[in-house]
Design a protein around this ligand. Sequence first.
Ligand code: NAP
Length: 293
Amino acid sequence: MAAILLDGKKTAADIREALKDRVIKLAEKGVRPGLSVTLVGDDPASNVYVTAKDAAAKEVGIQAWTHRLPAAISEKDLADHLERQNRDPAIHGILLQLPLPSHLPSEKLLNLISARKDVDGFHPISLGNLMLGRTGFRPCTPWGVQVLLKAYNLSPEGKHVVIAGRSNIVGKPIANILMQKEPFANATVTVCHTGTPDLGVYTRQADFIIAAMGKPGVITGDMVKEGAVVVDVGVNRVKTDKTKSGFRLVGDVDFESVSKKASYITPVPGGVGPMTIAMLLTNTVHSAEMTLG
Ligand code: NAP
């Protein structure tokens, strides 16, 4: 039986629609949510992401500024730029697009962003709040995975979730979210990585598989239990002679074989990807709402 697609594009569009109402309510109280996005250098993929974030923010009525700074900017100048955003009351959310050029210390600079405006959810305070089960900004992609599952009423509660990947921005926060004692979480979570000798031993036991490795097609049909829910966070550019660009985007899951075993599966593109921006906008609107007390 073919798996049902978890449509991130549609779910994200529904979220943006709902946000428009919250933005109108804020406007009635004299507040317009503001999002500042900073891109350093001219990485083409990052450029596409910031342009998409800017357009999506404006679509829901958020005031958005995209700062394109030169790749050679000094750490001090970038730090001063971020401090200005921290102080600006019109800005409720600050995003520093990664990756940064290699001479800039990403973690140190991310930590300069005020935790109250950390709509990306990467600040240690946000991640600490998540680990402690407190409210706070949740990282956008991991939270987007949970919200996408919720949109299809697929609760991981009481189920075995196997996550492949333990990065600080995807794997670890997803594990933290899905193990919280809360609705659409409360799962038994196993986290796999390159130190896991045989990934398939774990994925075959999983009711939910979350793939976040950045390695094309690692999860194949024989590694998936019949009826499992499969969420593919991976985005990999692979060469092909079938597109004009010579590339196509694929996930970490071999869609062809896995979609025959899974009950639900995310496509790549169009699955988790659009959810990331929707959650960024949600965090920004929430940040603006918090200024009202
Ligand atoms: P990352 O920092 O490179 O981390 C990859 C993780 O996967 C690491 O923990 C690594 O293990 C593990 N891993 C790699 N190969 C493995 C294998 N064969 N078996 C088991 N574990 C393996 O990557 P990331 O930043 O988390 O991103 C992961 C993927 O998600 C990428 O494709 C990225 O483009 C995509 N992504 C998508 C979105 C979105 O909006 N859809 C957002 C962010 C990222 P070790 O720790 O042992 O090295």
